[in-house]
Design a protein around this ligand. Structure first.
Ligand SMILES: [Mn+2]
Length: 252
């Protein structure tokens, strides 16, 4: 049986394929799965949250959840992190994009797809969201999360035993806060609490990637133009954010 940890630790072996912010885009999700397959499934796949909620009419969120659930629950190398959109669904917190209430859209999708069983599916999916990790830490000191840093985090233990999803301040900051809007003094001390030097996140839409100090922001599907992912070498020496730039790849 697979173990589900809130902080996943990866050994210094092979590579990790990091994909962010799919937001219901089934075709892109499929392309990334195919790339991972070509890349060798003994390497890791990391989906950094926000795989649901699209603003396009063709919202593949439910198909993606089914696929994520299947892979995540059965494959040791398939890691999925919680994003603020799954969190919003889990806690019943309204989240808007382009003026749409995405929680309502999600409930409507469930209703259309599953009718009288929509409520069962809602609970099944919420149970899945509760199992998702909050961060991945690699031996070469890279911390991968949906967003952050968190100003309130005191130690990695703060994300290991979350019970009150709705009111946990550290969790909220890990899922919603953006490095560029915080004082630049937060990131490196935050990372050092994990023994890490650099960070990879999604959450903020960028044109492919953007480096803010030692944090690399990546947009793999929903973003400002180019679609990027990271092929992280788990054996490489990584000391600064710049060392991550050579591992960025683009979806053709
Ligand atoms: Mn997000």
């Amino acid at each position: 049986m697979k173990e589900f940890n809130k902080l996943v630790e990866l050994p210094a072996k092979g590579r990790a394929f990091i994909v962010t912010d799919i937001h219901g885009h089934w075709d892109d999700y499929q392309k990334y799965l195919e790339l991972w397959d070509e890349f060798g499934k003994d390497n890791h796949f990391i989906l950094t949250g926000d795989f649901i909620h699209s603003i396009e009419p063709d919202d593949g969120s439910l198909e993606i959840i089914e696929s994520v659930k299947e892979h995540y629950e059965n494959e040791d190398n398939f890691h999925v992190l919680l994003g603020n959109h799954e969190w919003a669904q889990l806690t019943g917190t309204s989240v808007y994009k382009a003026g749409y209430n995405q929680n309502f859209q999600y409930l409507n999708l469930l209703e259309e797809e599953y009718g009288e069983h929509a409520d069962d599916k809602l609970h099944t999916y919420n149970d899945l969201f509760k199992k998702l990790a909050i961060a991945v830490r690699t031996r070469n000191r890279v911390l991968i999360s949906h967003a952050g840093p968190s100003k309130s985090l005191k130690s990695p233990d703060d994300i290991k035993n979350i019970t009150d999803y709705k009111h946990d301040r550290v969790l909220y900051e890990m899922l919603w806060d953006r490095n560029y809007s915080l004082s630049r003094n937060y990131l490196d001390p935050f990372l050092s609490k994990f023994g890490c030097k650099t960070s990879i996140v999604g959450h903020t839409p960028v044109d492919g990637v953007e480096l803010n100090g030692n944090q690399l922001v990546v947009s793999s599907s929903f973003g400002m133009g180019k679609k990027a992912y990271v092929e992280l070498d788990l054996e490489a020496r990584i000391n600064t954010g710049r060392d991550l730039l050579g591992m960025v790849r683009y979806l053709e």
